[in-house]
Write a protein that binds this ligand. Structure first.
Ligand SMILES: Cc1cc2nc3c(=O)[nH]c(=O)nc-3n(C[C@H](O)[C@H](O)[C@H](O)COP(=O)(O)OP(=O)(O)OC[C@H]3O[C@@H](n4cnc5c(N)ncnc54)[C@H](O)[C@@H]3O)c2cc1C
Length: 420
């Protein structure tokens, strides 16, 4: 078997793999990215809804215009019985990107600074010697090749096949949602500058559904769910949800994909000797919205920083690489904890209480307090910024009381059942 050498091997050419590669290769390190598919970005499974502020933080704003399909001034939230709460900002806060072009763009940036890309090249397994990762076995068609490296960065997405080989715990399976994402045309009456979000156990139990206008009566529509068949739930949303059905009844699906999202927060350990995990494989995803591009790419940049320090020091031990987890936690940890709490509370809120809460938010004009909530990624910090407005503590108390009241009923029901 032929053997080749690189400073760093990256598994997967998704945004997190390529962003790690870009940040390392621009420092002059020898980086090789292996992607199992023939083309970067394909198949795509993501809505591509990103905050403009986060793109700025990643140094990716403005994106080339052909990648951005639309920009948005806010969102319209639909309660389970279609009560509406709208938050609109004075300038665009989010955008929707073509994920295929976005992934290719990050890969091109990495390639320009010297990263080598190997397509149709699946990382079959890791080379591990005395517990230390030393490279990977690459499968191309029927041939296999050994690739040695000082560090392997695993950015394989949610599949976690490689992660299991270093015996690290994968994401929390109880917090996994199954998602469907469709591109549709012939959509009527779209609010082209607003994203729409639909709650309700009938359409998206345990999560929500979305409608993201792109261009010319086209949109991305999707949902994630903890139970039921995502395809059937999508059909129900398109035919039965009062607002969505009005817009989507005559729509044609041009593309549909299915994938999962891990909402349980980062895995407990994303490093081992000679090895780091970034992006979806490490569950670096917002537990509230399932958005993983910004958190994953933020951790990818941190991974590149730590790996470059390790390469300078020639120390690839887990004692050194654990700095990666600490730095990610310093930057994202408190916001993720906050979002996990909100996710669990939302999951426990029955539809009627969610209806009342959304209705209440509209009644007290909470949108005025949310004008300082333009940072949709660091949601904990954003929330603190809105607390000065008395509407916010009132709305939070209402939400909290609804949750406690609903949960008291659930606990009582469970206790009664145990008594039986
Ligand atoms: C329906 C849906 C909608 C979403 N919408 C949004 C959104 O609007 N905004 C947002 O921020 N996030 C969204 N997400 C989440 C987002 O898609 C992910 O967080 C993001 O793609 C993670 O990037 P990644 O690089 O970690 O993994 P991926 O994008 O999954 O890339 C992993 C890559 O690794 C390759 N690979 C896997 N195994 C191997 C192997 N053994 N060898 C070689 N290559 C391999 C894969 O082919 C793939 O190209 C959505 C997810 C879903 C399912």
């Amino acid at each position: 078997m032929h053997e080749t050498f690189s400073d760093v091997i990256v598994v997967g050419a998704g945004p997190c793999g390529s962003f790690t590669a870009f940040n390392l290769a621009k420092l002059g390190f020898d980086v090789s990215v292996f992607e199992e598919h023939a083309e970067i970005g394909i198949p795509s499974h993501c809505a591509g809804h990103l905050s403009i502020k986060s793109l700025k933080l990643l140094g990716l704003h403005p994106l080339p215009f052909e990648i951005v399909e639309n920009v948005f001034y806010g969102a319209i939230f639909h309660s389970p019985s279609d009560r509406i709460f709208e938050v609109r900002f004075s300038s665009p806060v989010t955008c929707v990107v073509n994920r295929i072009l976005f992934d290719k763009y990050i890969a091109e940036k990495a390639e320009k600074v010297g990263t080598r890309y190997f397509l149709n090249s699946m990382v079959k397994s890791l080379i591990v010697k005395n517990g230390v990762v030393k490279g990977a076995i690459i499968k191309r068609g029927k041939t296999e090749e050994k690739f040695s490296a000082k560090v392997v960065v695993d950015a394989e997405g949610i599949s976690s096949r490689i992660l299991r080989q270093v015996s690290l715990s994968t994401f929390n399976h109880q917090m996994l949602v199954k998602a469907v994402q469709a591109e549709v045309k012939n959509v009527k009456d779209l609010e082209v500058d607003m994203v729409e979000v639909f709650f309700g156990r009938e359409y998206a139990p345990g999560f929500y559904a979305w409608l993201i206008p792109t261009q010319d009566e086209k949109a991305k529509v999707g949902l994630a769910t903890t139970s039921g068949n995502p395809r059937e739930l999508l059909q129900r949303l398109m035919l039965k949800q009062p607002t969505a059905s009005q817009k989507l009844r005559g729509a044609k699906i041009s593309r549909i994909s299915f994938h999962s999202i891990s909402l349980g927060g980062p895995i407990p350990q994303a490093f081992s000797d000679g090895f780091l995990a970034v992006g979806d494989v490490a569950s670096q995803v917002k537990p509230t919205t399932g958005g993983g591009v910004f958190f994953g790419m933020t951790c990818a940049r941190i991974a590149a920083e730590i790996v470059s320090e390790a390469l300078y020091k020639n120390d690839f031990s887990s004692d050194f690489l654990c700095k990666y987890q600490r730095r990610c936690n310093d930057i994202l940890g408190s916001d993720i904890k906050f979002m996990l709490r909100i996710r669990k509370m939302l999951d426990a809120l029955p539809d009627d209480k969610l209806d009342d809460t959304i209705n209440f938010c509209a009644k007290i004009s909470l949108n005025k307090a949310l004008q300082k909530f333009e940072d949709t990624d660091f949601q904990g910090r954003s929330l603190i910024r809105t607390l000065w407005n008395p509407r916010m503590p009132i709305a939070l108390s209402y939400f909290l009381l609804s949750y406690l009241f609903a949960n008291r009923k659930i606990c009582r029901r469970q206790l009664n059942r145990k008594d039986c």
